[in-house]
Design a binder for this molecule. Structure first.
Ligand SMILES: [Zn+2]
Length: 195
């Protein structure tokens, strides 16, 4: 059981070793997922976040299952395959705390299935506003990929965000990933408007 205080990972120095940075990103993503969606406090659910472990040098195929209680109780998480598990404290009010400050009106919410590659590209976006960030980190695991819960308006915002970032990306490999995420989301949007 990994017991982590998020504060220790928020102010990592530039010289911190790569494994510490990877853990910091993993914990940050778990806190974002735990606070992004509309799951009820106290309900376990399986996010689209992949497990970080590599037993036998192969990535664990598991997804991270999460439950959040009212703060200051820590967020609990565990892998649904290898049983890697932990708790994260001091998440409340951190930059990863995506709980809504106010209620927002939403249109009809659609379930959009995406591949793991697209889900990963979306998680790597740097310039998302909090609403888009909530969409990305509230994704559930689904049939080996992920399911996005979004209205047509949400999806449009997200596509705009991907396009903006793809335009500014100088790394070719990353740009290709963003381009294919853009195509996948666009195809989903067209299916929604076409019915
Ligand atoms: Zn695992």
């Amino acid at each position: 059981m990994l017991v982590s205080d998020l504060n220790h990972f928020l102010d990592l120095s530039d010289g911190a070793p790569a494994p510490a940075w990877r853990l910091a990103q993993h914990f940050g993503n778990i806190v974002r997922a735990a606070t992004a969606g509309d799951e009820r406090v106290g309900d376990w659910w399986t996010s689209a976040l992949p497990c970080r472990r590599r037993p036998g040098r192969r990535p664990c195929p598991g997804r991270i299952t999460i439950v959040r209680q009212q703060p200051p109780a820590p967020i609990q998480w565990r892998c649904n395959v290898c049983a890697d598990e932990g708790v994260i404290s001091n998440w409340e009010g951190s930059p990863y705390d995506l709980r809504r400050r106010r209620l927002t009106a939403v249109g009809t919410v659609n379930e959009i299935n995406i591949t793991d590659e697209v889900a990963t590209a979306l998680r790597e976006l740097m310039l998302l506003d909090p609403d888009c960030e909530r969409l990305v980190f509230s994704m559930h695991a689904h049939h080996g990929g992920a399911v996005l819960h979004a209205s047509e308006g949400d999806l449009e915002e997200l596509i705009g965000g991907v396009a903006a970032e793809a335009n500014h990306e100088t790394n070719r490999r990353r740009q290709r990933r963003l381009d294919s995420a853009f195509d996948a989301l666009n195809a989903a949007a067209q299916t929604l408007t076409g019915r």
